[in-house]
Design a protein around this ligand. Structure first.
Ligand SMILES: NC(=O)c1ccc[n+]([C@@H]2O[C@H](COP(=O)([O-])OP(=O)(O)OC[C@H]3O[C@@H](n4cnc5c(N)ncnc54)[C@H](OP(=O)(O)O)[C@@H]3O)[C@@H](O)[C@H]2O)c1
Length: 275
């Protein structure tokens, strides 16, 4: 009997880490695989060559457009019925202080709310048991960058998605007044968006046993986003390693956790760390 075809959805595949994930799957995956390569343009980047047993399908997606998320989920449901792997890689970072209200809104909408919407749209389609969701987060979202009084609010065992969104709105209002750092929030909206992503990963994992839902920092990677902070030590292929491990590797039954290497330059497959 032939191997079962796996179905994967990967976001932000037109460049950076998402493109490296797509290239690795297209050229190096051993069994039959269908990959939905989602990007804002909806086209496949040039130079992606797939082995005969891997089908790469371009898909249009904007994380700021809920209709495009629903449309992609409906299309995949119709064409495949079930999804084995969802890698939420797409994200945005305006790496400087004093970003505009629109840049802050883009950051929170894309990294926090858009990625959460992707999870909520695809979770009903995930294979049970055995489906995997990987949310590509960042060490910038670790709670060590938040004042001690804020940390327990993100870690509360009874935190709900609504309460989490209220927490993000509280940050947003403080940032709009220019008061966020005094109140203990990190200087970058990106950090808050990724801390929220780590928390929503934990909440969703609790709500959806049977699907392994984890988040990770890919390390400091040479992409448009990573290069804003200086010369990154890792290649996009090395940055793809932890997300691919969480999506396809042996992770036992670990779910709801944040994975990273000890240093952002390390090229290992990561381990569970404190968010
Ligand atoms: N590079 C690093 O050092 C580093 C470190 C920690 C975490 N990360 C995380 O790794 C992930 C990938 O980052 P990267 O370094 O590969 O960045 P990148 O090269 O800047 O690529 C970002 C990707 O996200 C897509 N994207 C942005 N906003 C979107 C939206 N509203 N809807 C749909 N797609 C959107 C972009 O699409 P367009 O091309 O259409 O803009 C692009 O494909 C991100 O989640 C990032 O936060 C990266």
């Amino acid at each position: 009997m032939g191997q079962q075809t796996r179905v994967a959805v990967v976001t932000g595949t037109n460049r950076g880490i998402g493109l490296a994930i797509l290239r690795t799957l297209a050229s190096g995956w051993a069994g039959p695989l269908v990959v939905y390569a989602a990007s804002r343009s909806g086209t496949l980047p040039s130079g992606v060559s797939a082995q005969p047993h891997v089908k790469v399908l371009p898909a249009r997606l904007s994380l700021r457009d809920p209709d495009s998320i629903e449309a992609l989920a409906s299309r995949v449901a119709k064409e495949q019925g079930v999804v084995d792997v969802l890698i939420n890689n797409a994200g945005v970072y305006h790496y400087r202080e004093g970003i505009s209200d629109e840049e802050r809104a883009e950051t929170l909408e894309t990294n926090h709310r858009g990625t959460l919407r992707m999870c909520q749209a695809f979770l009903p389609l995930m294979r049970r048991p055995g489906g995997r969701v990987v949310n590509v987060s960042s060490q910038a979202g670790r709670l060590r960058w938040f004042a001690p009084h804020l940390r327990p609010r993100f870690l509360a065992k009874d935190l709900t998605l609504d309460a989490l969104d209220s927490l993000v709105r509280e940050y947003d209002a403080a940032a709009a007044r220019g008061d966020e750092v005094r109140l203990g929030w990190p200087a970058h909206a990106y950090s808050v968006s990724k801390a929220a992503l780590n928390a929503s990963t934990r909440i969703l994992a609790k709500e959806h046993p049977g699907v392994l839902i984890n988040c990770c920092c890919p390390g400091w990677v040479s992409t448009d986003l990573g290069a804003q902070a200086g010369p990154p030590p890792k290649t996009p292929e090395e940055g793809a390693r932890i997300p691919l491990h969480l999506a396809f590797g042996d992770i036992g039954d670990v779910t709801g956790r944040y994975w990273a290497n000890d240093s952002t330059a390390d090229t290992g497959v990561g381990k569970v760390q404190q968010p």
